[in-house]
Design a protein around this ligand. Structure first.
Ligand code: NAP
Ligand code: GCO
Length: 268
């Protein structure tokens, strides 16, 4: 097989919220697969500077960082214009930026629920809508949405997140349906439980040094028996960004160590 089908040589990739965590791991993988320029944005300047440092440390120099909240339509439009002027066309978009609020639904304020929907679902719509016209014109483009276990499953305290990630699954299928004829592929990655700042509170050691109950719970729910590392999303992300996946569209690729296939570890 020709390994070049996985190459991203000459292509510009915009990964939202890629200063650290999953976005950073995906952007790093794109750079390693030959992408011409990595573009990332964060919600604030401090994060952006921290991201630039992290790329430098990883030896990645072809990177541009911008401050842009993905929920701000005008800011996203201005950013896309700036990217065109400073970098060129956007070949690949990864809608990675996301937040979670773990609050029981009946205690959650409407504004809190709305903010999660805005960042995790409306943000991907805004960013996708901003890049689709140029992709239609070129008749080529890749959009990758970062979904979740919560695109399929519910659990206590994450109603807004699950509603947003379930919606993002259907947005993925709809972008595929609407723009597939323009040779635009829109797929999603549904990560399992990944060790990043977002999930750090679920892995904190207890005062007595024992593991967080949620930490043990996730290991028992995962056939792999462990949390996954952000770098384990590299291969699937490069696949979905490259020509290797040109016939894959509207697909949700779960990278979950087997969680969705498993009923959970039986009690001893
Ligand atoms: P993370 O460590 O919290 O990183 C989130 C990133 O999103 C940060 O770079 C953050 O930048 C950025 N961001 C948040 N709000 C933003 C906004 N309004 N505008 C622009 N950037 C914004 O999270 P992660 O665990 O890497 O998760 C990344 C994505 O994967 C999210 O969509 C998450 O829901 C999803 N996911 C995570 C897991 C997991 O187990 N970790 C599993 C499945 C799916 P700032 O610092 O500037 O806010
Ligand atoms: C939670 C977690 C999850 C993960 C991930 C699972 O509180 O249950 O934060 O939602 O981050 O999205 O795939």
């Amino acid at each position: 097989m020709n390994n070049n089908i996985f190459s991203l040589k000459g292509r510009n990739a915009w990964v939202t919220g890629a200063a650290y965590g999953i976005g950073f791991a995906i952007a790093k993988a794109f750079a390693e697969a030959g992408a011409r320029t990595i573009i990332f944005n964060t919600s604030n300047e401090a994060s952006m500077q921290k991201g630039l440092e992290a790329y430098k440390e990883a030896g990645i120099t072809n990177v541009r960082g911008y401050v842009c909240d993905v929920t701000d339509e005008n800011a996203v439009a201005a950013l896309v214009k700036r990217i065109h002027e400073e970098v060129g066309q956007i070949d690949i978009l990864v809608n990675n930026a996301g937040i979670i609020k773990r609050i029981p639904m009946h205690e959650m304020k409407r504004e809190e629920f709305q903010r999660v929907i805005d960042v995790d679902l409306v943000g991907p719509y805004i960013c996708s809508a901003a890049v689709v016209p140029e992709m239609m014109e070129r008749r080529e483009g890749k959009i990758i949405n970062i979904c979740s276990m919560m695109s399929e499953l519910g659990r206590e305290t994450v109603s807004a997140y699950a509603a947003a990630k379930g919606g993002l699954k259907m947005l993925t299928r709809n972008i595929c349906s609407e723009y597939g004829e323009y040779n635009i592929q829109c797929n999603a990655i549904g990560p399992g439980y990944i060790a990043t700042p977002q999930t750090a509170p679920l892995r904190e050691r207890q005062a007595d040094g024992s593991r967080h109950p949620f930490d043990s719970f996730i290991c028992a729910k995962t056939p792999a028996g462990r949390w996954l590392d952000p770098d384990e999303l590299a291969g699937p992300a490069v696949f979905l960004a490259s020509h290797a996946s040109d016939a894959v569209n509207g697909h949700i690729l779960y990278v979950d160590g087997g969680i969705l296939a498993y009923i959970g570890k039986q009690p001893k």
